[in-house]
Design a protein around this ligand. Structure first.
Ligand SMILES: Cc1cc2nc3c(=O)[nH]c(=O)nc-3n(C[C@H](O)[C@H](O)[C@H](O)COP(=O)(O)O)c2cc1C
Length: 178
């Protein structure tokens, strides 16, 4: 069962060269976390193994962001995205995430692998504004259709900018690297 954590306004920053890694099974239950995950999210390994990855889900994240993640993974494509997560104390941390399939030695698809690094302030500011707009769309839509509605909103916004989700997200990350 998901713990009810009350969000605070305190940010936890990743170190510049810090990489947070976790692995899940096919249903999104955590099977591995590295030390950086434990440090930043402030969970002990025993508290997260076997638990759904939504244990670090922050309420400021729109449902659409995660529907996009799972839709992309189900199409056997890798996912890139900016994510605001919650720590066990309710603090928040932003990451730039890359999620890919995890395979065993025989090549069988056994789950997913997420590698996250510190995003730039500019990229976070851009994505925070977009997620707020998506949350607004979701709050005006019935729960069953909320995620699809906010994705539609995001896609039309990106179309107006003459770009696609992957191109937009990767360009935010490239700009931050310079
Ligand atoms: C490998 C992997 C890593 C994930 N990492 C996160 C994460 O860091 N934060 C998060 O909120 N959800 C993450 N998710 C998505 C969660 O499984 C879940 O879809 C999301 O938290 C929304 O949960 P909810 O539908 O219960 O609100 C990840 C999923 C996978 C497969």
């Amino acid at each position: 069962m998901k713990l009810k954590i009350t969000p605070t306004q305190q940010e936890v920053l990743l170190d510049d060269d810090e990489i947070i890694i976790s692995k899940t099974d096919l249903a999104g239950r955590i099977t591995y976390v590295n030390r950086s995950f434990m440090r930043v999210a402030n969970f002990a390994e025993s508290e997260v193994l076997g638990v759904q990855h939504n244990i670090v889900r922050h309420p400021d994240m729109p449902r659409g962001a995660f529907k996009l993640l799972w839709d992309t993974l189900k199409q056997e494509r890798e996912f890139f995205g900016y994510v605001k997560n919650i720590t066990s104390q309710g603090h928040y941390y932003w990451v730039f995430a890359n999620v890919t399939p995890d395979r065993d030695a025989s090549g069988n698809h056994i789950g997913y692998f997420s590698v996250r690094s510190k995003p730039s302030k500019e990229a976070v500011a851009t994505m925070q504004a977009i997620y707020q707009e998506m949350l607004g769309v979701e709050s005006r839509t019935n729960t069953a259709n909320a995620a699809a509605a906010s994705i539609e909103y995001l896609q039309s916004k990106l179309k107006n900018l003459d770009t696609t989700y992957d191109r937009f997200i990767l360009s935010l990350n490239e700009r931050s690297g310079s």
